[in-house]
Ligand binder design. Sequence first.
Ligand SMILES: [Zn+2]
Length: 248
Amino acid sequence: MNDFHIHLARLPQPISLARTLQKRGLHFNAIACEPWEWEILQKMEGSLFEGSTRSYGIHPMVAGDVTEADWERLESLLENYPEAGVGECGLDKRYGGYAEGDLQEQVFIRQVELARNYHRDLHIHCVGDYNRILKVLEDCGYPGKKSNIRSRQRAPLVHPVFHRFGGDVSIVSEAQPLSPIFSLHLDSFRKKSTLAAIPLIPSEQMRFETDADETFVTTKLLKNESADKIADALIEQLEETEQLIRNN
Ligand SMILES: [Zn+2]
């Protein structure tokens, strides 16, 4: 099992939780999308990420807070962790700076360029217009053709990852040339237009996620519970999500 998008640093006792998840056979992609989260992941031993991955980025909700020093740190994290992805990053109409060309887009473009230049997966957050996301990826030349990256010819193919996917049929088909990954959350099954799109996603492009953060533990009343109990809840939610595919 793999939780493809989890905010480990926002959950209680991230170190013992990572160890517990590992013991229980649940791999994960730990998303750190604010500088304080980067720090927590950085303090965690590399062995906690065996079979798992991590991603560093800047979430659109904090696009207005990012400093040049943060950009420098983000770049050095990508240099230090060659297997790390970029993100989550993207566009969200609920936060300031969403308009075309505005702050969110600038911060997103800069991360798309980082992912392209460092040849990394890009974990994309989109609450709003998926077509704008596709346009930015196209304008930035992400992910780029493998043959264009001369020194990294044997590097694995990288992917745009549409996290907590909520797009429709047209987005699944228009994204195909980019070798996309669609990461499904329980919420992905709530909207009619996304429900219609899910059966068109090839199985090799499909992943599952909890997107668990501090609200996951508060809504499930797990704030003061053990790492084992939190792991139970994460596994249960992932199984429930995967089950929806079998029933669909
Ligand atoms: Zn997230």
